[in-house]
Structure formats: structure tokens, C-alpha cells
Ligand binder design. Sequence first.
Ligand SMILES: Nc1nc2c(c(=O)[nH]1)N[C@H]1C(S)=C(S)[C@@H](COP(=O)(O)O)O[C@H]1N2
Ligand SMILES: [Mo]
Length: 344
Amino acid sequence: MAKHSRFTPGILKKAQWHMQDNQVTPEAVFRSRRQIVKAMGLGAIGASVPGYVQAGLFDLFGDQPKSSFITTPLTFQTNKQYGDADVLTPLDKVTQHNNFYEFGTDKQDPFNNAQGFKVDPWQLRIEGEVERPMTLDFNDLTKMFPLEERNYRLRCVEAWSMVIPWVGFPLAALLKKVGVTSKGKYVAFETAFDPEQMPGQKSRLMGGGIHYPYVEGLTIAEAMNDLTLMSVGLYGKTLPPQNGAPIRLVVPWKYGFKSIKSIVRIRVMDKQPPTSWNQLASHEYGFYANVNPAVDHPRWSQASERRIGEGGLFSATRIDTQPFNGYGEFVASLYDGMDLRKNY
Ligand SMILES: Nc1nc2c(c(=O)[nH]1)N[C@H]1C(S)=C(S)[C@@H](COP(=O)(O)O)O[C@H]1N2
Ligand SMILES: [Mo]
């Protein structure tokens, strides 16, 4: 018994809540938990049931299951082509300050409410104007394409920002695999619709008034740009549910709401698809939503942003916002001749 006494719930809890950077990772906590489970003779269950069930098991220890999201390590190559000069936002901020209205509108709601979200089995359907429609299952998401790690700035339309080391593959790789037809001009994306698991889809108030499922879209040129990433992980591990597990879009030159989470359907279309924030308030949120310090939101300036960093949960540094979030050299040409004030 003394053998595993050092893995006491108290110590685990402390490790979790004192986690200030990525030195102490959820994976490390997960591993020590697995040792308790093993010591209790529950090893076989612990190893074979999905993560969310294991999280439930840890209730036995009086720990906080909501903080024990299970992530597993990924294999990837690091791609620094799009910059790595920014200081990364600490993991605890990336995973506890989120927008995912399906789980509530407060910044900590997704962290608190998404932990039971079931991501395996999962099906991602790719269809519409494609030569070879496909359905990817949970295992395909991390195995079909070589994974890359890329550090991207994420600029929310609410004027806060983070720098996140995503792991994923270019959306272009997937689109090439299915073969876009000559009619394919836009790509539409859809988040899972599951009110039993997503309380924000049950209550209009809790879901922020959005008409679910959450939908987004890109032009085919935007979708094919190499910057456009399908993310399956962050900080080297699979995505936590609050960040859009098991697969989400990341479009770093656009406001964060374009980066749709927990995707179940990608449809190549011949016309511009509807998008959730545009449907909710079209005078405030456009289809393009390129980060643009020169075009203010009707209710606030977009000239600067709060970069969330070290320190307390809401500590931040105010910095100037860059056109296209600093990715202009890679994407500005997509909008040549376009009035970006009109096409906001
Ligand atoms: N399905 C869905 N996707 C979503 C959202 C959402 O509410 N639902 N919020 C968006 C917004 S406003 C932002 S800023 C980013 C936040 O991503 P993060 O929580 O991983 O930082 O997710 C985007 N994707
Ligand atoms: Mo956002």
C-alpha cells in the first residue's frame, strides 16, 4: 500500500491547479492517475474505456474531473515557416479561456462543461462538389495525413488574442484527396449537433442566441491556402474538448469565430454558405472576417488587442493588431482588388 501512497489525490490536485506552464502537462497528471487505477486493480478498465469514462472514474478520488481532460501525445513534424517569434500562451490559458457557445457563453464554461463530450466514435463527412466523397472516422483524423506543429496567433473578434502551438494538417491535403470539382467555389463546415451533450444547443440563453449547428465557410482559395489548418491537437497532444476535439479548423488571418470547432461535415459548394455569426448579426460579423485594425467593430475598436499571457487568468498585454493578423505576406493577394471595408 505504501507503494502508491505518493499518488494521493491531494498531490494530484495540487499539480493540476499549480500548473503554470507546459512543464507539468495534463499527460503527466494522467499518467500518475493511471498508476492509482492500476494499483486498485482497475488497470484493464482504465486502459480500454474512452477518456471521458476514465475522468468519471477519478471522481472516486475526490479529484476535480472537470480539470482532468484526457489528451494523448501526437507524432508530428515542426513547421516554423509561418513564424515562431511569439511567446506561446500558457496551456492553462489556452484551455480555460475559450469560446465554444455550445457549452455556454462564459469564458470558463467550455472548460467546465465540455469534459464529458464524447469524441470517439466520430465521423467527419466530406461531400458536395467533390470527385470522391469520404467519411473519416476517429482514427483517420490523426492518421490519414502527416501532422505538423505550427505556432499561430489567434485573434478573437472580441479583441483578445493568444499564441497557440497547434498540431494538424493543411485542409488543402484533405481537399486534394477528395478532389474538388470545377463547380467547387466555397467550402462549408458544420459543428456536431448533439443537444444532449451540448447544453448550449438546448437553451437559447445558454447558447448565446446562435442557431445551431454552428456553421462556417471559406472561399475555395482560402480553403486551399497552406495556412488553413485542420487541427487535431495543441501543445503536442490531442485537442481538449473545450478547444474543439476531435477536429477543428484554424484560419489564423481571420477572426477566431471562423475557426469552427468539433467538425462533422465539410461540404464543397458552388455558392457562398451561411455562417453562424453573420446570421446572428450581419452588420457586425461578415463572411470574410479578416483581421483588420482599420475596420472597427460597430461597438469597439479593432486597432489593438489584449494578448493573454502569463499571470492571472485575465492578465494581458495590450498590443497593436496587425492586418491579416500578421499573415499578410501569405494571404493578402487573395483579396486583391476587393474592398475590405465592404467585405468585412
Ligand atoms: N462550434 C463552435 N466553434 C467555435 C466557436 C463556437 O462558439 N462554437 N467559437 C469561435 C470563437 S469566437 C473563437 S475566438 C475560437 C476560440 O478557440 P479556442 O477556444 O480554442 O481558443 O473558436 C471559434 N470556434
Ligand atoms: Mo472569437
